[in-house]
Design a protein around this ligand. Structure first.
Ligand SMILES: [Ca+2]
Ligand SMILES: [Ca+2]
Length: 334
């Protein structure tokens, strides 16, 4: 049996369900203060569930994925300030229990947001999933933030990068250089042509940002820029005193396609989407194109015309594009 650890807010897998009534606690605190919080855990199972409670640290990676650490790992860990109990308890079928926690703020602590997490952890159980039996342990995390004082949010945009061109998407690197958790960093991206005309304007999905963290924000457009010069402008509103701006110039060069092997045709875009899936240029998209591309993706004929062959729209051509071309073919011929 494989062991599958799953972090969910309300897991419902084959009738296994554990629920909490909130996933986040936000406290405005003062040094030396004592603050209570509570949440309700409910067992939606038809059998009793043995549960454990413990604290931990967490943060988010550059793409927003949660990462978890033992309590007290991070410099701004709230875990040592949290007491929550009981450490273990049993909930009968359909039963609910209020869990109480206390945050005790040390005297003399400096301003800013401190954060941690309280886990409710169930027992691993065998579950039928996709024809096999896996061990599933339910774990729910309740994020706890405590902010001392009210320092101003601070941030910078460190990088703006154009990634894929088909269609165009960009990433910007936001750094939370202040002391407080920012609940929403909002970014707007505009693309202008060389004459300053706005071609597209999109808003990225707002993202949260912990103090000291670096976050990549993704903005996807529906623009497929042809050869020319463009200006990509971003505005970032993170609730600070100012709106941040950044810009990048994009130059899209004309394609200069050549046959990728002697005796073959010039690669062709058969459906007009900008991608040249007919790699051997014989007017047909088939296994031969995938085979040729798997042997030639790193040659100058491909790399010098990357946007024609960037099948996964990652902004570069590599072995992953062979897989994407293969998937295109499977979709074209069900
Ligand atoms: Ca072909
Ligand atoms: Ca690619």
């Amino acid at each position: 049996m494989r062991y599958l650890g799953i972090l969910v807010c309300a897991l419902s897998l084959g009738g296994l369900a554990l629920e909490v009534n909130l996933l986040e606690v936000n406290l405005a605190v003062a040094p030396g203060g004592r603050y209570e919080f509570s949440f309700v855990v409910r067992n939606e199972l038809t059998i009793p569930e043995r549960l454990g409670l413990y604290t931990g640290d967490w943060d988010r990676d550059e793409w927003g994925e949660n990462r978890f650490y033992p309590p007290g790992t991070l410099p701004r860990s709230l875990a040592p300030w949290i007491t929550v109990g009981p450490a273990a308890f049993v909930l009968g079928p359909g039963e609910a229990r209020e869990i109480r926690g206390v945050v005790t703020v040390p005297a003399g602590v400096s301003a800013g947001t401190y954060w941690g997490i309280v886990f409710v952890h169930g027992e691993p159980r065998p579950v039928e999933y996709g024809g096999t039996t896996v061990m599933v342990a339910k774990r729910i995390g309740i994020k706890v933030y405590a902010t001392v004082g009210s320092p101003r949010p601070q941030g910078t945009v460190r990088k703006l990068e154009v990634r894929g061109l088909n269609p165009l998407w960009v990433t910007l690197e936001f750094v939370n250089s202040g002391l407080v958790h920012i609940r929403e960093v909002r970014a707007e991206v505009q693309v202008h042509d060389a004459q300053g005309r706005e071609l597209v304007r999109v808003e990225a999905l707002p993202v949260p940002s912990l103090p000291g963290s670096v976050r990549w924000i993704v903005a996807e457009t529906d623009l497929r820029p042809g050869p020319g010069t463009y200006v990509v402008l971003v505005r970032v509103d993170f609730g600070g005193e100012e709106i941040l701006g950044a810009q990048a110039t994009l130059r899209v060069r004309p394609l200069n396609l050549v046959p990728l092997a002697p005796g073959l045709g010039v690669p062709q875009d058969l459906d007009g989407d900008g991608l040249h899936e007919d790699v051997d240029g014989n007017g047909v998209f088939d296994e031969e194109d995938v085979r040729l591309f798997s042997q030639t993706w790193d040659t100058p004929g491909v790399q010098g015309n990357a946007r024609a062959f960037d099948f996964d729209n990652s902004g570069r051509v590599d072995a992953a594009d062979v897989e994407s071309l293969k998937a295109f073919l499977a979709r074209a011929r069900p």
